[in-house]
Ligand binder design. Structure first.
Ligand code: SAH
Length: 415
């Protein structure tokens, strides 16, 4: 680690030996099962008491009611997820070498997937799915964009950044924090360049042989929706000669794939964000996609307007933002998905293709499928699911934390 930059570990950390516990979280009776099953989130309601003086960001051991070691994690009194677990091996410290091993393992997968393309974009670290709860790292050519979603990672940001510099050799690293997440975890809001140099203007990435400008400083999330990479390509295959509507288009990914790879006859893309539409237009131009038109509009209103005008499409893509942020919001979210998909079916010609997505982790695949059942019943149209897809493989699903499954993308034919 000789070429490590001179960033120091956060001063607030207190550890006995580096990476070992300063305190113990004792589980309530009969609450240990999920954690023996390696689920990484210990909610406040599962913990009977804390023994020792643990401050936010400290390493703590999770013990059963009878004081047996279960796992080791990081404490946060401000979050409902009181302890995030990282190792189930008693001898393993959560030290610098540990984080490096986890990052290396995550990077190896992306290499294996062929996604360490210096011209491309990929998710290098996907939180729980890579054993690094609270850390997301996306790569856009020579730049990294980090989203911190847990306090433990936020407190170790300097350490993580130094390790990423060593493992991935970026030119610059941005850190983006979402307001809601920062509040839920008690993390300081950060937004901007954290290490190294900033690119001059947007970073241009290649994906599926197409080029996109990514705004690392002000784009949505970390700048681009990498999870839809393979779905954009798959959807395009169905659009030959069709008129396609791309609703919630962001920077135009589905539209441009439909036009260039799918040879769609014409594509209309809508998004409520002016910045997104500006990016989408620039991206269409960059790829010489001249039969694609983007406009700012609310997705629901635009669909209602198109239906009222009796406009018809051979393909509709629906990729709305997250509708359900928590369990309580699921029913309401399902009603919104129902309304949206119903409107889409109304503008689809017989035999039209519906590409319908949901990125609400709280809405299960089953819930989403039943939503479509309701749409089929109410519209009297048959919906045939042709492909049930998920996120691209650089966004894996950890079977020990099924919450890491969030993206549904169904490609359907509507008769
Ligand atoms: N399909 C895109 C990603 C979409 S993300 C891609 O492939 O990259 C969801 C998008 O919905 C965001 O760009 C956001 O600006 C937009 N959005 C949010 N609320 C909206 C609304 N009510 N109407 C239209 N667009 C909306």
């Amino acid at each position: 680690m000789s070429d490590m930059p001179s960033v120091s570990a956060a001063p607030t950390l207190r550890e006995t030996a580096p990476g070992f516990a300063v305190a113990q979280a004792i589980l309530k009776p009969r609450k240990a099962r999920p954690f023996y099953g390696r689920h990484p989130w210990v909610l406040d309601t599962a913990i009977a008491r804390i023994e020792g003086n643990s401050q936010d960001g400290d390493v703590v051991d999770l013990l059963s009611e009878s004081a047996k070691f279960v796992a080791r994690g990081i404490f946060n009194s401000q979050s409902r997820i009181r302890v995030r677990l990282y190792t189930w091996a008693n001898e393993e410290a959560l030290d610098n070498a540990f984080w490096f091993r986890r990052l290396r393992t995550a990077l190896e997968l992306r290499k294996q997937l062929g996604l360490i393309d210096p011209e491309g974009g990929a998710r290098l670290v996907f939180s729980e799915a890579d054993g690094l709860s609270g850390l997301v790292v996306d790569r856009y050519t020579h730049w990294l964009s980090i989203q911190v979603t847990g306090l433990g990672m936020a407190r170790r940001l300097d350490e993580i950044v130094a390790l990423l510099v060593e493992a991935a050799h970026p030119r610059g690293i941005f850190v983006r924090t979402e307001k809601g997440v920062a509040q839920a975890e008690g993390i300081e809001l950060r937004d901007g360049l954290y290490w190294g140099e900033a690119p001059k203007g947007p970073v241009f990435i290649s994906e599926n042989g197409l080029r996109y400008g990514v705004d690392l400083a002000e784009g949505q999330k970390t700048g681009f929706y990498l999870d839809q990479r393979d779905n954009r390509r798959a959807a395009a295959e169905y659009f030959l000669g069709r008129r396609v509507l791309d609703m919630f288009c962001y920077s135009g990914g589905f539209s441009i794939n439909a036009a260039v790879h799918g040879h769609a006859h014409e594509v209309l893309g809508f998004d409520s964000s002016q910045k997104a539409i500006a990016l989408a237009r620039a991206n269409a131009e960059l790829n010489h996609a001249h039969n694609v038109h983007f406009d700012v509009a609310d997705g629901f209103k635009a669909l209602e307007g198109l239906a009222a005008e009796r406009q018809r499409f051979g393909g509709v893509v629906l990729d709305p933002p997250k509708f359900a942020r928590n369990r309580a919001a699921v029913d309401e979210a399902l009603r919104a998905y129902h309304r949206l998909n119903r409107l889409a079916v109304d503008v689809l010609e017989p035999g039209g293709i519906l590409v319908t997505c949901s990125c609400s982790g709280q809405v299960s695949r089953e819930d989403f499928t039943y939503m479509l059942v309701g749409v089929a019943q109410q519209t009297g149209r048959e919906i045939q699911v042709l492909e049930m897809r998920g996120a691209a493989p650089d966004h894996p699903l950890a079977v020990t934390c099924l919450e890491s499954e969030y993206l549904k993308c169904f490609i359907c034919r509507v008769i």
